[in-house]
Ligand binder design. Structure first.
Ligand code: CUA
Length: 151
């Protein structure tokens, strides 16, 4: 009889644990609040550094990659990064919420209108990395991709 009570308790705490884990991962994975800067979504094109999107060298082996997201593309949509470079990726959207996921890396951001999403990643492995929008943004969502080449 007592075993049943303990079994219930065990399963119950397992569910609580999973729920906490799920909520935590979702909230954190999408956007670390410390990385967000505000931007006027209607003036993304005129606001530096997004007025000249692309890769900018900021130091010894250090770069900034500034990308503008809009339905349904990224600007620029082809970037070459030197192998070993430490790159801070900044993304801003001109319209709706987009995603910014780089397959095979830890880069996975949510791009919200009015905010700049940033993430720093070191590219040690040469190859091609596909950038995908993982936030449903409209009819062309599945076409929204870009490519990064590490050479
Ligand atoms: Cu942009 Cu989905």
């Amino acid at each position: 009889k007592y075993e049943k009570i303990w079994l219930f308790f065990g399963i119950g705490s397992l569910f609580v644990f999973l729920a906490v884990l799920g909520v935590g991962a979702f909230a954190q994975g999408n956007q670390p609040p410390s990385c967000l800067t505000t931007i006027d979504p209607e003036k993304v094109d005129q606001t530096p550094p997004f007025d000249k999107p692309g890769l900018v060298k900021t130091g010894d082996n250090e770069y900034q990659l500034n990308i503008v997201a809009s339905a349904f593309s990224y600007t620029p949509n082809q970037v070459e990064i030197p192998k070993g470079a430490k790159v801070t990726i900044n993304v801003a959207t001109k319209d709706v919420i987009h995603g910014f996921e780089m397959a095979g890396t830890n880069v996975n951001m949510m791009v919200e209108p009015g905010y700049v999403s940033s993430f720093t990643q070191t590219f040690d492995k040469p190859g091609e990395y596909v950038i995908l929008c993982n936030e449903y943004c409209g009819a062309g969502h599945h076409l929204m991709t870009a490519k990064v080449k590490v050479v």
